[in-house]
Design a protein around this ligand. Structure first.
Ligand code: BGC
Length: 485
């Protein structure tokens, strides 16, 4: 089974169309990044500048309401990813993106006009629901419309949009710092939601999902717009062959040949979060001000961290289809481990200022850089590639739910862990978890570079059959997949 791809030579209309479609779908990532990032800034002003009424007498100042407003989106995202996975398989990828854009719009609107605390919390949870949908269906959709040779870069555009969304949220937080116009900050999400919703109306459905639904003619039409025409027939028959051998029963998820990949997705989801990325992204000013930096220097350094995150994601995009997913993961996790060890040491030493302050700042930035070339983009990419077509949405949904749940768990426990183990202890804990993540990736994560989704699926099936038969499958590298032919 071999699927010729476009993208290698020349730049045809089909390439351009795929790029435009992928870039538009990546707005899912922008909303995800912006909406998760903007709340930390907005919350300060909500508290300060607004005596909010409450129907049930809850007060904004109380910790649990604060937790609800800030973490409400994470809870919503867990639910959104759980429901979204199944929906993506049922109603299709494109329609779920449309639904998601509408939900984003409603959530942002509710938050912007919220007359009471309760409405604000509800708006935030609805917004989170959309974040949950978007985070799983964005990469999945792009993966399924992309030609294999450039699939890694195109799917990672979504992560580039996540990091850009976070960076934009830093600027928005900064720009509105004086006016405290939190309603505008939270309502701003409506703009990309409208662009995404309207734009998606003109974009095609995933050809793979169409074939899965028996809509071969529609699929052929999409493929002829997104591929070199000479390759369409071959890809059609590859996809149909895959559809013919699989069942869309959810129990498929627990089939012995799918299980290793479920473990990979769930494991990567956990490691992407428990190695601390969001504590660094959101607590960077606090961490840095304890190194003796003033407030504005800390905020500036935080913007620096956001920029590093974006720039290194661009680097990942430019190499991911050439060097592959595994090397990026391994280098990324190795670097995260090393920089976290240094951070722990710096905070362990007495008198954190001067040179040590700079070492801490540089280590934080390097840590983010290593996340951005590895776990950041590669987690979302792999979960859009490694699952069988019939249950791809549901399986990617499982990994996404676990990712958001781990994100929430880290957010809820971070301060207690710091209290318990101190700052150095916390960084060392994250370092140890990064090291375990490194071993996990080394032994279990497969390489998917350059192969079509159908080839990847067929290889997993064959290697499972092979190992069940006690047969050597050619998996000499022990990476869970047959070695490249
Ligand atoms: C993660 C987010 C994180 C972001 C940072 C994403 O891949 O899922 O939790 O905030 O990267 O760039």
């Amino acid at each position: 089974m071999s699927t010729q791809t476009s993208g290698g030579s020349g730049f045809g209309d089909y390439d351009r169309f795929v790029y435009v479609t992928a870039a538009l779908a990546a707005l899912n990532g922008l909303l995800f990044g912006f909406d998760t990032g903007v709340i930390s800034g907005a919350f300060l002003y909500i508290e300060r500048s607004f005596q909010m009424t409450s129907l049930f007498g809850v007060e904004l100042g109380t910790a649990w309401v604060e937790g609800l407003v800030v973490s409400g989106a994470l809870v919503g995202a867990v639910v959104g990813a759980a429901v979204g996975g199944r929906l993506a398989d049922r109603i299709g990828r494109r329609r779920l993106i449309l639904v998601g854009a509408a939900v984003f719009f409603v959530g942002s609107l509710l938050m912007a006009v919220a007359p009471t605390v309760e409405v604000l919390v509800i708006g935030r949870i609805i917004d989170g629901l959309a974040i949950g949908f978007a985070s799983m269906v964005g990469p999945l959709y792009i993966s399924e419309i992309s030609p294999p040779k450039i699939r890694g870069s195109l799917v990672s555009l979504n992560q580039l949009a996540v990091t850009s969304g976070i960076l934009v949220s830093y600027f928005v937080n900064y720009a509105f710092a004086d006016s405290g116009a939190w309603r505008i900050m939270l309502g701003a999400g409506m703009i990309p939601a409208v662009v995404l919703g309207v734009g998606m109306l003109f974009m095609p459905e995933s050809p793979r999902w169409l074939i899965e639904q028996g809509r071969d003619d529609d699929a052929r039409e999409v493929l002829s717009k997104t591929r070199d025409r000479t390759t369409v027939d071959e890809e059609m028959s590859d996809i149909k062959e895959t559809v013919a051998v699989e069942s869309s029963d959810l129990r498929e998820l627990l089939e012995p040949w799918v299980r290793p990949m479920l473990i990979v997705g769930v494991g990567l989801a956990v490691f992407q979060q428990v190695t601390g990325i969001n504590t660094v992204i959101y607590y960077a000013p606090t961490i840095l001000s304890s190194t003796g930096f003033g407030d504005s220097a800390s905020i500036l350094a935080t913007v620096g961290i956001g920029v590093v995150n974006v720039v290194m994601t661009v680097v990942a995009i430019s190499v991911i289809d050439r060097v592959g997913r595994r090397p990026l993961l391994l280098v990324g996790l190795g670097g995260m481990t090393a920089t976290l060890v240094v951070l722990g040491a710096v905070f362990y030493l007495p008198g954190l200022s001067g040179v040590l302050g700079w070492v801490a700042t540089a280590s934080l930035m390097l840590y983010v850089a290593f996340f951005a070339i590895g776990l950041g983009p590669v987690f979302w990419l792999l979960i859009s590639e490694i699952y069988p077509l019939a249950v791809r949405g549901s399986a990617a949904g499982v990994a996404t739910v676990v990712n958001w749940a781990a994100n929430l768990a880290v957010a809820l426990t971070f301060l207690q862990i710091v209290e318990l183990m101190g700052q150095s202890g916390t960084f060392w804990l994250y370092a140890a978890l990064s090291l375990v993540g490194l071993a996990f990736c080394y032994f279990l994560v497969p390489e998917t570079k350059g192969r079509s989704l159908e080839e990847i699926e067929a290889d997993f099936r064959e290697s499972a059959v092979g190992s069940a038969a006690g047969d050597a499958t050619g998996d000499a590298t022990g990476d869970g997949t047959p070695d490249d032919d």
